[in-house]
Design a protein around this ligand. Sequence first.
Ligand code: SF4
Length: 341
Amino acid sequence: MFIRTPQGRKAARLHDATMPLTGTGQALALAAARRICKSPQQETIMLERFTEPAYRAPCHANDLLLRITQGCTWNRCHFCNMSREHQFLSVTSEELEEQLRYFADAYPRNTPIWFVGANPLVLPTATLLAHIALVRRYFPDFAAITLQTRVADVLHKTLSDLQRLRAAGLSEIFLGVESGDDETLRFINKGQSAAQALAAMRKLNEAEIALAPMYIIGGGGKGTAERNAIRTAELLNQVRCKIISTTGLTVFPGAPFWAMRERGELTEMPEYEKVQELLAFVEHYTGESFLYCLHYLNPLHFTASLPRDKAEIVENLRCFLREHTPEEVEELVNRQEKASI
Ligand code: SF4
């Protein structure tokens, strides 16, 4: 069982756990056109027309990253500055093949693959199937294709579309659920309701595409922890989740929340309350899933297999809250240092 603060300091003395490596969750910094960007395990080609950094989930750090889209067809979430400056583009088959040729000898034939883009599932099913077929020519035994996308993109697909994508190799989707609380969803301007998220998640379950909902701790602002936690747990209790991936709300320059905070329309949830929200979520979640809290924006970093680790996580979080003051937690998390999604 791992729990630590981002700096791995005071929490460590409470729990004699070995500390895991923390997923950075940070974008690869790609600024100039058509160049190679390397992180310890990854590189992406910056295609001529594309300007957006490549984002992927921290637990997919070793995947082959293939750019499929840039920009976001919604682009209105109040917490997000990720795609704001980037026009929506989708790769041509030539641009995809350019990437595949470059990486053909660098990755094993059975590599897992991440389709880069805020919501590539918005593309027509025929386009996605053609992309996957092209990928298979270069990586015939690829282990998995994963992407992140919006609830609306799933709802716009028929079950048959999703089943065909699953059969072709799209095996896992990180879904921007963010909250199960309609008031919070309106506050963050997610453009979806909890009922719509439930319908999308059920559809993915039915299509047997592994579901990885993303959940923002503190999304509702100060004073909303319990409501947000319980409603999100109640929502996720109704579906099969492979992974539940959390972050903590962070106000970035360029995101609407930045100006809303200046105008007094957002009071951020203190970090102590974010830990309380996480605790309430774990207490109310009754499903079977892997809870992944290693994205660097989380107030505390740990992973847990639920329900197996539930009692231990609950005890550890309670212990952490007992032994730290809100001021200490604020200092340990040091959110103002966090610069990007
Ligand atoms: S969070 Fe996702 S859906 Fe919302 S604006 Fe950002 S990229 Fe688009």
